[in-house]
Design a protein around this ligand. Sequence first.
Ligand code: HAM
Length: 432
Amino acid sequence: MAKKQKIKLHSVKGMHDTLPSEQFIWDKLRKEIKNTAEAYSFSRIDTPILENLSLFERGIGEETDIVEKQMFVLPSSGGERMVLRPEGTSAIARAYIQHGLSRVSQPLKVYQEGPFFRHENPQAGRYRQFHQAGFEIIGGENDPIYDVQIIMVVMRLLRNLKLKNLSIHINSIGCKTCRTIYKKKLLKYYKNRKKQICNDCNKRMLKNPLRLLDCKDDKCQEIKKGAPSVIDDLCSFCSKHLRDVLEYVEELKIPYQIDPSIVRGLDYYNGTVFEVFSEVKSPEGEIVLSPALGGGGRYNYLFNALGKGGTYAVGAALGLERIIETMKATGVNVPIIKKKSVFLITIGAEAKKKGIVLLEDLIKTGVNIKESMGKNSLSAQLRAADKKGATWALILGQKEVFKESIILRNLKTGSQETIFLKNVLAKIKKKL
Ligand code: HAM
């Protein structure tokens, strides 16, 4: 008989459980995402977790880190191979084309929120399953006003979450015309420094030169500082587009800086690209930038790649784990809202029978009622009531069942009264 494999009783590397005790912060986040999105007229869209591999190969680009190294590809049983979605924008673009959403009022403003998957090396702020809230404006005009509307919604959400010292790093990576000229300049600069850069960057020179500016290796960081800036090579259209975006950002008094090293890891962008950071204290007490809380930009080229050229689009996504970590690191307090509750205690078999019906009746009418009816003794149930933080207890014993009554005890003061069962709902509603 084949030897049984030992069960690993921990979650998969880079993927985490969210325990009941942590749900309140996620609830707060999801509520804020919904409220902010709706305030800025974004409607919710949901796409499946699984998509066809070719969507991302075409959309994000075959020579990006995500497609080359980070996709969870499912074994295929004939037909096209499927992947766990590594990002949301390509899937939303697919849905826009598939459902003919260009026929509704343009531009279409949509948001989504959910889990995404990338096979990365897990470390603080970088996971294999993580959550994003994404905002997209698709269709309509190629107008910088939409680029800034995306920046607005993202910043408003972060500010509503009480995150401070936020700053947007903005760049433009131009269009195909100006980017081609820039790439040549960049390659010329790096060709003379081949020996000083990391192996990955040597590969990037051949495959995806813009990503040279994205490298986090210490020695490459130094080289990067002297690299030519794409902004100097923007064509007149791209240059004006960026200027307009910056003017709107200034009008809105959003703190920003132009950062030529922001190039983004996905091929579909053109023009405006940006990332949002917060200033946080390092363990050594220095003020440093958080990992990017979010990023985005204009991605008109995604629609070219998917066969619907001429569709303009801009968007951004925020990383929810990073937001929560930054909230914790900067001391943002999310109060747990505790609703007053009543705890039902039953003693004896008859009381349990009557109690289960009472429990159902009270839940039906919206009373915040808790119980631990599997426990038999009064003291064990009182301890459970205390743990759950209940304010009131309803105690049903044999005597009460017989007299069609119930004891209502204030768990804070210990005072109690006996009331008729038929009056319990009205009484409890008054107390809570
Ligand atoms: P992205 O920069 O790849 O962009 O991801 C957006 C945000 O998701 C990041 O800034 C980060 O906060 C979070 N994030 C990404 N990877 C991880 C990870 N492995 N672990 C934890 N958090 C992570 C996009 O995904 C684009 N689709 C954004 C976009 C929307 N562009 C246009 N529209």
